[in-house]
Design a protein around this ligand. Structure first.
Ligand code: PLP
Length: 464
């Protein structure tokens, strides 16, 4: 392909992208293919001779598109959103075109300096104090793993990186049952072990850890010879939106000298609206916080904002200072690869710059406020019907409900019927062991009319 062909296809794809997004409401939200349908259309061996872009693109539409679940569909109410606002897509196109490896300051100074400034914009946006410093990670899972590694090193006097875990005794990490599975994985991958992730009892489905139970668990562990290392709290848990009492958790962390990481991967975006910040009151006392601009805020995946109060501890845990990575003569620079697990880094800050400037903070706030208000109204409308019962009230724009008086199998069957119907897409969760239907509003192009469609589909299929 020559660069004139590249320009031609770039324009074709931009036009295709407009048509795709404008026509999304006519498509079923969740892919309707069966396992193996896509694979069956892909040749088993690679082509020996070049093929025309025309043909490749035709096959993309024919083979790939039916197997796509439309995350940018305005009636995507499953999981959490993965918004990609158009300015952030354009920035990603530029980033792809530059294809710079931004692991060190000198491998693209603009990427590093933009990242510092954009993360500071976000820090101000969500109301964190200025002693927090930000870095972009590929995902919240990576940020949480980095935090758990810092907990591990800090609690062992930075010895595990040198000596391995064997010599150190058993570390303990504390979290409620409402935290995301990425916390479990971070604890496994850090070598601490599943048995040493202590599940602190919660005070109900939407309320977080009982702080007294947390303090008791830490004290009991110390008495039994374990090494308490850190606490992971959540604001906006994945299942139902559960929120730990951050101020009370900070108090326990300080009293016990433990590192506290706050996972607000989804809910953190809403903190650009000051009226929601009570959900994480006390967060300024945490050691690190993660939230995903690639969820609700509109920055194309991947873009996870990781804020740290003491970047030195993170760098001490993760930095590799091989000769070929040093920048001779440079002072006062940041090499962000020392703040994350992978060495290589994409230029992710550009999409934040495009996004925030295109909408303004006020434009982004308006969307989130709409979603929260619509979720409250929809939960109230559904709850007023005999067919449904609300199980957990909205936390921001997430609530759960179920078909009144029906068993788990019936709830799962209902979810499947809804998703086969295609007009909306929802997922299930469990509350106190029982299946619930999980509904979140957050897609960028979603309107009140889409919520009305969702209400109609839910009531229509519940009657059927
Ligand atoms: C989505 C989510 C995660 C995982 O985010 P990734 O960026 O996909 O790793 C972690 N925690 C919570 C609360 C989440 O909602």
């Amino acid at each position: 392909m020559n660069w004139d062909d590249f320009a031609h296809w770039g324009r074709q794809i931009a036009d295709w992208g407009r048509d795709y997004h404008q026509g999304l409401r006519a498509r079923p939200v969740r892919a309707q293919v069966r396992p193996g349908d896509v694979a069956a259309q892909l040749p088993e061996t690679p082509p020996e001779l070049p093929e025309e872009m025309q043909q490749i693109f035709g096959d993309f539409e024919r083979i790939v598109m039916p197997g796509i679940t439309h995350w940018q569909h305005p009636r995507f109410f499953a999981y959490f959103p993965a918004n990609a606002a158009p300015p952030s897509m354009l920035a990603e196109f530029l980033v792809t075109t530059l294809a710079a490896q931004c692991m060190l300051w000198q491998t693209s100074p603009a990427a590093t300096e933009m990242e510092t400034r954009m993360l500071d914009w976000l820090r101000q946006g969500i109301g964190l104090p200025d002693d927090f410093h930000g870095v972009i990670q590929d995902s919240a899972s990576s940020a949480t793993l980095a935090a758990v590694l810092v907990m591990r090193e800090r609690a062992t006097g930075w010895r595990v990186n040198e000596q391995g875990l064997g010599a150190q005794g058993r570390l303990r990490i504390y979290a409620s049952a409402e935290v995301h599975s990425s916390v479990d994985r971070a604890v496994w991958v850090a070598g601490i072990g599943r048995e040493n992730l202590v599940r602190v009892p919660t005070q109900g489905p939407l309320r977080g850890m009982d702080p007294a139970a947390l303090a008791d668990a830490i004290k009991a562990d110390r008495a039994a010879g374990f090494i308490p290392a850190g606490i992971v709290a959540c604001t906006g848990g994945t299942g139902t939106g559960a929120c730990d009492d951050i101020a009370a958790t900070v108090a326990v962390a300080r009293a016990e000298d433990l590192y506290l990481h706050v996972d607000a991967a989804w809910a953190g975006a809403a903190m650009i609206c000051s009226e929601y910040r009570s959900l994480w009151a006390g967060v300024e006392g945490a050691d690190s916080v993660v939230f995903n601009p690639h969820k609700w805020l509109g920055a194309q995946f991947d873009c996870s904002a990781h804020f740290i109060r003491d970047p030195e501890a993170l760098v001490k845990t993760l930095a590799m200072r091989a000769d070929y990575l040093l920048t001779p003569g440079a002072q006062d620079i940041i090499d962000y690869s020392e703040w994350s697990i992978p060495l290589g880094r994409r230029f992710r800050a550009l999409k934040l710059w495009f996004l925030i400037r295109s909408y303004g903070m006020e434009g982004l706030r308006g969307r989130i406020r709409n979603h929260v208000n619509w979720a409250e109204n929809l939960a109230a409308r559904l709850g007023a019907l005999d067919a449904f019962e609300i199980v957990t009230a909205p936390v921001l724009s997430l609530f759960t409900f179920r078909l009144t008086g029906q068993d788990d199998a019936a709830q799962l069957g209902f979810v499947e019927r809804l998703n086969n119907d295609g007009r909306i897409y929802v997922t299930q969760s469990r509350v106190a062991g029982a299946v619930v239907i999980r509904f979140q509003i957050g897609q960028f192009d979603c309107t009140q009319a889409d919520i009305d469609v969702a209400f109609d589909v839910l009531t229509e299929l519940a009657r059927a």
